[in-house]
Design a protein around this ligand. Structure first.
Ligand SMILES: C[S@@+](CC[C@H](N)C(=O)[O-])C[C@H]1O[C@@H](n2cnc3c(N)ncnc32)[C@H](O)[C@@H]1O
Length: 201
């Protein structure tokens, strides 16, 4: 299997490296991690290479599973097969308990009502003291980190009015309503941010 025959995201190829560096500082080497919206599976395969002791469970909507399955077979055959998981279907969420839930570039793609559902379900599945890690571009109220983020938000809304960059303050408030405590907000390359929440003990 060559890289060319795999579904490929150039952005994931770039951001997996700085994200992996942060995860390496926050996750125990044997952590059990549930990923939401795994996309191409590139993040899972890379984090497995960096931290082979992690149990990394990929998930996505059913139509994306084949791409992830193919990626893992080629690059990370030790990882479990991807699971079908729509954040709105509580029965899709594997029980765990998980030490962390990880999701990248999903909140601006999913309709806004999916965010509280994700935060709530993650809070129910993660062990006390565990983490929720969210990566992506955000806005502060109506302010954007960069003109490129404002344009990206506009393009998303034109494509689908339910999409768009989320207000970080609202995400944080919703997370707190679901029992998460904000631990860190890390500025990442290309005007992205990595949010880390901890589940109350
Ligand atoms: C922009 S992609 C990000 C993929 C990958 N995490 C990355 O950073 O490259 C957004 C992902 O969210 C997934 N997604 C969209 N709606 C979803 C839902 N309701 N439940 C679970 N995943 C969803 C999509 O299928 C897609 O894989």
């Amino acid at each position: 299997m060559t890289e060319n025959s795999l579904t490929h995201s150039p952005a994931a190829e770039r951001n997996r490296i700085p994200i992996g560096e942060v995860l390496g500082r926050w996750l125990a080497r044997d952590a059990r991690v549930l990923e939401i919206g795994s996309g191409t599976g590139q993040h899972a395969a890379w984090f497995h290479e960096l931290m082979p002791g992690l149990t990394w469970q990929t998930t996505d909507l059913p139509e994306n599973l084949e791409a992830i399955r193919t990626r893992l077979k080629a690059e990370a055959p030790a990882l479990p097969a991807p699971l079908a998981l729509d954040v709105m279907h509580s029965g899709d969420w594997p029980e765990g308990p998980w030490d962390a839930v990880y999701t990248a570039n999903t909140l601006h793609i999913m309709p806004w009502d999916h965010t509280p559902a994700l935060l709530r379900a993650a809070g129910e599945r993660v062990a006390a003291g565990g983490l929720l890690v969210i990566y992506g571009p955000f806005r502060d109220g109506e302010a954007f980190d960069a003109e490129s983020n404002r344009r990206f938000d506009e393009q998303l809304r034109q494509r689908n009015p339910d999409m768009g960059l989320r207000d970080i303050l609202k995400v944080r408030r919703m997370a707190e309503d679901s029992g998460w405590t904000a631990e860190a907000e890390i500025a990442m390359p290309a005007n992205n941010r990595l949010l880390i929440f901890r589940k109350s003990e």
